[in-house]
Design a protein around this ligand. Structure first.
Ligand SMILES: C[S@@+](CC[C@H](N)C(=O)[O-])C[C@H]1O[C@@H](n2cnc3c(N)ncnc32)[C@H](O)[C@@H]1O
Length: 300
């Protein structure tokens, strides 16, 4: 018989109980954490408005009956409805920054965060003047870029008006709205001019693969995940159109995740540079504008 929720329990008791419940449930981790304890900490700290910066003495803090009830109700939705914690608490972290999230956007998790924190070292020839975050969702990639490059103008483009509303709120939250423009666009059709960097995490999963994913993914917008032609339709269109929107020294950084092998096999003539990540993740390529222009005729 494990711990029971109740008045008089400490924060540590509450976390142990919740982590034990998560352990016994058939949950998938992959939207911010990879184990039951971290998942419990994520839920409880955010739900109770506690800072992750607190020292260990916070663990002996008593949890009130009202707080216990809140944790129990969120835990029920996590376990019975498989709602990811990010949606339950409305918050996710990307490149060390908090972003508001809800079911209008994918939960940020792209390995591109690592590139942003390193300011695309070794990839960009100079500080970029303009960056486009295509398929921006919550705006996490573009907003993190705006903060990494304080003199750069960033456009956030997405086909989903709901996602763009949230992206605008996130830009304001990070006080970067004066350098950020939100654009409603079906891929490139709403954007203008050229960019030194186009960075994109587009949909790249086939419908069949999405249907086979763990239940947690059903809470994410299908528009953010699914691409036709076995996941490759949207990435292929980006490769075809990107050269028209890149400066002569510009680069494209695009994530295609596990679809990278299929894309590389389909386009053996394209000199993709597949990037490596210290913190995990795969399937992010870099191509220069020059390389894209050289192979353009073969992509049409
Ligand atoms: C994989 S999510 C990425 C979100 C965000 N960049 C991130 O890394 O968390 C893909 C995004 O592409 C958007 N999208 C899908 N089709 C699109 C299209 N044709 N044009 C522009 N955006 C599109 C979706 O609305 C979704 O927000």
């Amino acid at each position: 018989m494990g711990l029971k929720y109740g008045a008089g329990m400490t924060l540590e008791d509450c976390l142990e109980k919740l982590s034990q419940q998560f352990e016994e449930a058939d949950l998938f981790y992959g939207h911010g954490t990879d184990n039951s304890w971290d998942e419990a900490v994520y839920l409880v700290f955010c739900a109770l408005g506690l800072s992750f910066e607190e020292d260990d003495t916070i663990m002996s803090r008593p949890v009130t009956q009202k707080e216990v009830s809140l944790v129990e109700s969120l835990a029920r939705r996590r376990i019975e409805e498989y709602v990811p914690v990010a949606y339950l608490v409305g918050e996710a972290w990307f490149a060390g920054l908090p972003f508001k999230v809800d079911s209008r956007v994918l939960i940020p998790r792209s390995p591109i965060a690592e590139l942003i924190l390193e300011q695309f070292a070794g990839l960009l020839p100079a500080q970029p003047h303009r960056i486009l975050d295509l398929c921006t969702g919550s705006g996490c990639i573009g907003i993190a870029c705006a903060l990494a490059f304080p003199d750069t103008f960033v456009d956030l483009a997405d086909i989903s008006l709901g996602a763009l509303t949230l992206a605008s709120e996130n830009a304001a939250r990070h006080d970067s709205q004066d350098r950020i423009c939100v654009i409603h666009s079906d891929l490139f059709n709403g954007v203008q001019g050229t960019y030194d960097l186009i960075v994109t995490n587009p949909p790249y999963v086939s419908k069949e693969e999405v249907d086979a994913l763990p239940q947690e993914y059903r809470h994410e917008p299908e528009l953010g995940l699914v691409s036709e032609e076995e996941g490759l339709k949207i990435p292929l269109q980006i490769l075809r159109e990107a050269p028209n929107y890149l400066t002569s020294d510009g680069i494209l950084v695009m994530e295609v995740g596990h679809s990278w092998e299929a894309l590389a096999a389909r386009l053996p003539q394209v000199p993709f540079l597949w990037l490596e990540f210290a913190n995990g993740g795969e399937g992010v390529c870099m191509l220069t504008a020059r390389q894209l222009r050289e192979v353009h005729a073969q992509l049409v």
